[in-house]
Every structure is written in structure tokens, then in C-alpha cells.
Design a protein around this ligand. Structure first.
Ligand SMILES: C[S@@+](CC[C@H](N)C(=O)[O-])C[C@H]1O[C@@H](n2cnc3c(N)ncnc32)[C@H](O)[C@@H]1O
Length: 234
């Protein structure tokens, strides 16, 4: 992979190890649970998590459906290392909790982790390689051209009829949410984040060729409102 510029998980100032503890304070169980519900992984599904960070979503999807094949892609080796450690811990716990013939099957399996930028997932995995492409809290950190390129790559990597599910800061509808979102803008800058707050994502998703784009959830948090968008590749 050629070296490319990206905003790290905790933004410009904070260390990566703070990411999971801070996320836990921001209604993470609620919005990730809703996100998993919309992804609805099935046995045998191929799923890519673009900008997987420390792997929380990929691991949750594996817990929901251990027979789904999940790959997390992120350009930052630091977060991928955390994801791998969390996966190893989760596999150990699963093995201890499972008795009988399933015990060995539960241990050692889990998401695959892959270094890469979001605009090259179709090159990394191949065109039409997955049934579901997901991404959470990534696009608000990307310049508009990169948001477009990531969505275009997610369109290419999906099989026809495949599902796109995106969770991110979307249109900030109230004064309170716009004010709260300033925390994110402090960490990640305004240039990349403001288009999200102005509600650009549904249009960008449509522009990338997806159909049936809808905002399925809006969740208020201490750092602004998160939206879950779902769409299909025709
Ligand atoms: C705020 S974190 C979110 C991590 C994870 N998806 C989650 O829900 O916790 C954003 C992640 O996106 C990654 N990222 C930033 N720009 C990216 C890009 N252009 N392509 C892929 N990943 C990117 C960062 O490395 C970081 O891990």
C-alpha cells in the first residue's frame, strides 16, 4: 500500500488508546446495536467494514453471526493491532464459554484484518466480492472527494443487490446538536466534518450509484447526532 493521508481514530490531538473508552461514553451500545440490526448478518455473508478502527463493529457482527465472513479494512496499523488483540480476547472468552463439540469451532475464528484505505477496498478484495459493505464514523473524517471515492469503492466491492449500511454524523438538525458537534469539529477539523453536518451524505450515496437511500435512524449523542443510512447496489 502506498502511504496515504488520513485522520486517525481519535482525531488530531488525542492518543489512539483513548478511542474505545471515549466511544463507550457516547451511547455506543445503542447506536452500534441499531447498526448491527440494519446490517442483519446472515450465515455465509461476506461483509467488509471500511475504516474498521479498533474493530468494535466487526467483532459485534461476528458475535451476532459467527458464520458470516467479516473483513475489517483500515489504513492505521495501530488500530488494526488493537482490533486483533480484542478479537483474540473475544475468541478466548468464546472458547471458554462454549462446551462440547462446538468449543473448537468458536476459538480462533473471527474477523480478518487488512491494511488499506477506503477508496481501494474494491482493489483489495476484488470487485463484487461482498454481500454487505458497512462503515461507521469514517466519512466525517474524510475530505469530500475522499467521501465520494470511498462510496464509489464500496459500490464496486458489493455484489449486485448487496447492501450498504453507513453510520456517521449526519445532518445536525437542532441548535443543541450543532453545538455538540463542535467537539468533533475540534478533534477532526471543520473542513471535512461540516459537509456531514449540512446533510451531504444521502446525496453522495445516491451519486455513487446506490438506490433506495434512506436515513433509517437518528441518534442524539453528546457529540452530535448520528445517522444510520441504508441503501442497495442495484
Ligand atoms: C472515528 S474512527 C471509527 C472507527 C470504527 N469504524 C468505529 O466505528 O469505531 C475512523 C477510522 O477511519 C479510519 N479512516 C480515516 N480515513 C480513512 C479512509 N480514507 N479510508 C479508510 N479508513 C479511514 C481511521 O484510521 C479510523 O480508524
Amino acid at each position: 500500500m502506498t502511504e496515504r493521508v488520513f485522520t486517525p481514530a481519535t482525531g488530531r490531538f488525542a492518543p489512539t488508546w483513548l478511542y474505545d473508552p471515549v466511544a463507550a461514553l457516547l451511547r455506543e451500545r445503542l447506536w452500534r446495536g441499531l447498526l448491527a440490526m440494519h446490517i442483519a448478518p446472515r450465515p455465509g455473508d461476506d461483509i467488509v467494514d471500511v475504516g474498521c478502527g479498533t474493530g468494535s463493529l466487526a467483532l459485534l457482527l461476528h458475535r451476532v453471526e459467527p458464520e458470516a465472513r467479516i473483513v475489517g479494512v483500515d489504513p492505521d496499523p495501530g488500530v488494526l493491532a488493537i482490533g486483533r488483540r480484542k478479537a483474540a480476547r473475544a475468541a478466548g472468552i468464546a472458547a471458554r464459554q462454549t462446551s462440547g463439540p462446538d468449543a473448537r469451532a468458536g476459538a480462533g475464528t473471527g474477523p480478518r484484518w487488512q491494511a488499506g484505505m477506503g477508496d481501494e477496498v474494491d482493489e483489495i478484495l476484488g470487485a463484487e466480492a461482498v454481500d454487505t459493505a458497512v462503515s461507521s464514523l469514517v466519512l466525517h473524517q474524510c475530505p469530500v472527494e475522499m467521501k465520494r471515492a470511498v462510496l464509489a469503492s464500496m459500490h464496486k466491492v458489493l455484489r449486485p443487490g448487496g447492501k450498504l449500511v453507513i453510520a456517521d454524523y449526519g445532518l445536525q438538525r437542532t441548535r443543541r446538536m450543532r453545538l455538540a458537534f463542535r467537539v468533533v469539529q475540534l478533534a477532526d477539523g471543520t473542513e471535512d466534518t461540516q459537509p456531514n453536518a449540512d446533510g451531504i451524505l444521502p446525496r453522495l450515496i445516491s451519486d455513487a450509484g446506490f438506490t433506495g437511500v434512506r436515513e433509517a435512524e437518528v441518534i442524539s449523542t453528546l457529540t452530535g447526532s448520528l445517522s444510520v443510512y441504508v441503501a442497495r447496489r442495484a
